[in-house]
Design a protein. Sequence first.
Length: 888
Amino acid sequence: MFSLPRSCRILRGVNETRPKLATNSLVASSRTLGNIGLNTGLAITAVNTNLPRIHAYQIYRRLPYGNLPIRKVYEQRATDKKPKTRVPVGPKPKQAAALRIDGRPRVRDHQSLYISEEVRRALKNNQPVVALETTIYTHGFPYPDNVSLAFELEKIVRQKGAVPATIGILHGEARIGLSPQDIVELASAAGKPETMKVSRRDIPYILGLGVAGRKLNGGTTVSGTMVLARRAGIKVFGTGGLGGVHRGAEDSMDISADLTELGRTSVAVVSSGCKSFLDIQRTLEYLETQGVPVCTFADGREGDVDFPAFYTRDSGVKSHGVVQNAREAAAIIYAHEMFGRSRAFRSGVLFANPIPTKFAIPKEEIDAAINQAVKEAADQGIHGHANTPFILSRIKDLTKGSSLSANRALIESNVAMAASVAAELCSFRARKPKPVQNRELKTENQNLLGSTAVAETGAVKFINNAIEIEASKNNHDIHVIGSVAVDLSCDHIGQQGELSPQGTNLADSPQLNTSNIATIVPSIGGVGHNVALAAQRAGGASSVQLCSFIADDLAGKTVLATLKDEGLDTSGIETLPASSNRTAQYVAINDGRKDLVLAMADMNIFATKSTESLTRRSTPTGLKWAVVDANWQKGSIRKLISHYSNMRVRVAFEPVSVAKCAGLFEHDPTVDPEGACTLRPFPDTKLDLATPNQYELAAMHAAAKKHGYFESDAWWRAIDALGIPSSGAHDRFVSITSHKITDEGIPQQAIQLLPLIPTILTKLGVEGVLVTKLLQPNDSRLDDDAYAPYILSRCSNGSKDIGGVYMRLFPAVETVEDVVSVNGVGDTFLGVLVAGLAKGLQLEEQLINIAQKGAILTLRSKESVSPQLGELSTELDALVKDGARAST
């Protein structure tokens, strides 16, 4: 018993016969396919009728002829009954040879496969690479528009920091990483009868003919591109739309090879779903059968979202999974990659990216065009490879060309997303533990960083190539664990009266694609920094420590120096190597009215770095409150909350934004594999307080619902103990708040979150602040007539943990007309509030109003935290002296 070589084993199946081909071409093609790892069956029929039918793998199985040409081997094997000797199977494969094609260095893996040197080098160095198909150029866009699109897509990939790998068949050779000359040559072949549309099944045919001397060109489909990308080791592929199950497939059996390819080739595809003229419901059912994970990018939407339908964002069919951003998609690919090391788990992954809103075609319009195009195709008997090009062409005509611009927009969007996903995937792969550095290196790094407060207040250890600061010996009242960043505010300055071609005043709006005159003001911001600084300024004698990350770069040094000037304790700031990290920065482009036009944020240092070093430090004696913001990766948010809760420190949560606050309820198995940090309902809550605005509250509510927090028995027991009538509390909500607030669902959402977060302060802008608080049975407010109007409900089931619900709307203390900047207003409110709570004050009207005053001071300041907050310290101290202290 002997083992076949891999190139032979994979050719055992028989699924296609092409009797008109020269037999030696197919044998050569089978060798090529074995070399590139294509798992395709191939049957060979002898041309000479005197020769028996010989299967390709039989030739290889008993091949005793060394380096004889394939044809001679074939003929001699057919006549020989018994070979005299047995030698190792086939000739030894030649080593890859470096080539230069059209002036570009490439690597020749074998006779029919070339990988550009740029692509090979990027893959070797863990740089992001994105595969791009070519059928869109050969059978989609006309020449020369296809050339323009090809170059634009490669440009988009490069702008995202990735390497494009355009894949196609040129002169009978599979090329991964086409040169500009290659692209022009292949695109110029569009529309010619001999230009092939190359799927998996067509690869042996076109490559085999190339070996035989018949050099054809072809554009690779999704299926064909995946096969070749997988061979090169490329994991991410950006394209327009996926093939799928055609309408009427129950009779025609017309199902795209793209779907089966996703079921067996471990490449992640980013597309705008499948083409909208297909049967989307059956397509998703088929992918489920193939074991293919399917996720749709939320793109700013909340809750469940539709799987997109190419030209439209919604198909009417809900997506199985939803991802918020490229990082989540990359994490899925990374996890899939880990499982994929086993042969039992080698499917691909599909990420559906909806078409940008402004390019989407109304569903009714595109549906009408699709139905007519599909009917015409059926009436004319057009099917197979010709079906999709025909339908797309008719849709373009019926929509008067709007489908073409939509098609281009969605492809560009998908390729950009694929590049971002590839970059994030490389960052996951780069996570490798490094040994503790030695004493000499430690001393060297300390000298490089210079003498700072870090060296003065705590010992420094170098672990995992990052500086870990051991716990400061100083006592603190408040810890703020959150972001710190360099903020650049760019206010446009135009020429008075100068008009743009559109007739708008250039003094109001900066112009795109050129430089603009502006006033650029740098400052130090970040939610964590703003909260800490506000607490420090309003807290007076209270000690505040900011815990965050910076890089050892120019921006990081600026941050560190500014924090010292502001009087903040810098012992909690960890400096990471600049070689692999960047200090967070935020750039705001404002028009002449100082309204935001565009903003760019680089907060990757918080989203990718573990907070283990923060949780390893021991909490100083006397710590009263910890504030955690939502800029950390989702698993780290709950781990930080759990750490401080376990130390019996009260914890407040700042949601930061609609997109980020949902991370509070999302489980990250890479950070918390056993779910030990999962939020639990009262009385086992880990979180004490949250300060969302109304939109963040809705996002948190949706996330909690999505992840099953409202389904546990403990949550139901807590809700039942609140004592809210089964008929609801609509009238009470209206009387406590208003019809508008109640109709927006704000009180209802707060109540449902209350078992998980027992105190919620919802910031409502000009309408004030809505406080919703779960009261314990011994809370004095339950028996105080002054609080009776605000007691929403009382416990009626004898619970020993829950006494009732306190809900009160605190109106805004002032309407501000002279707003200078809204930056940091919410952060200031929380900072002042926590400063008061750390002094032992009760969460009541006096403290709420002082916190609102702090927010107003920041509204009137050009800085993200008003320097005048120190004035509030006296008011807080006066409240303490008056005895307005917390009862618990």
